[in-house]
Design a protein around this ligand. Sequence first.
Ligand code: PMV
Length: 340
Amino acid sequence: DLKEVLSANWEAPSNIALVKYWGKHEVQLPANPSISFTLSKSKTITNVTAKKTDHGFTVLYDGKEKSDFAPKIKAYFQRVKDYCPWLTHYHFTIDTHNTFPHSSGIASSASSMAALSSCLMDMESQHSGKPIDFEKTSFLARLGSGSASRSIKGEVVVWGSHAQFDSSNDYYGIDVSDILHENFKGYQDVILLVDKGKKTVSSTAGHELMNGHAFAKARFQQAHDNITQLKEILEAGDQEAFIKIVESEALTLHAMMMTSHPYYILMRPNTLAIIEEIWKFRKETDVPVCFTLDAGANVHMLYPKNHKDQVDKLINSKLAQYCENEQYICDEIGNGAKSL
Ligand code: PMV
């Protein structure tokens, strides 16, 4: 018994991987497990209205029709409908916008796919009368973008089967926030926007490069080992050890791209300048600040909140000048998707 009209309104955040997902097989199944901090301010807000009629969808960005999102959404619906057969009876109007600048070089795929999947699962619960199934929400989000599975629930999320996390699996992310020591609560993430242009390599093409990569096997094993270590580090509150794993993961991700065929350098000179400033600052002040990177030139700077004043000074005096139009985003650990 399907309702004539359904609607849902959700926001979902981006996330930053500490141990990176890079390489996939079949339908968005990861070659190795990954673990991330959920963000709070960098998010997508999505309103979906569904009318019972022929199946289809219209995508709007901030109320204006946006046809270039259509192919991704179409592929997503194609995958999702096997798990949500009811949606073939509806036309969806999807109105979405991001809190971060549209072309900031920040991937919106994690937050946007998490927000859209949350709306669909909200609608499914309106039909069934059952509570929203967050595992299935993460499962659907994964079908849109692998890392989106880590943007649904919890401050720290593991996606992909790993020996140290009992219910971890390749199909959806699990909330492991209970491992977080007091020292890591409220961690800050400043996203320094070195290059706001479109990515040179799409993440789909990037994952593809790990097929037949000379170092693939060693890299996938290393990700398992790094998660084992990071679990202990997050439990013990060891910020020095955290820095070593997180920075090494970022450089390894980029090393994989530099050593694939074709090969890419996704850092820019200003990426390196920022990394050097962070290292210098850490040496001089002993503030446990570190960097991580995703598959682009922007730098994420992670640090404990009690050092905010000192780090703000570092940004203003040194780091902002290396950012495009001096733009950066101050974010922090958050909790996941919310109904509005
Ligand atoms: O979810 P995708 O396919 O856009 O891949 C994301 C890959 C990285 O951001 C580079 C790493 C990660 O784990 O988020």
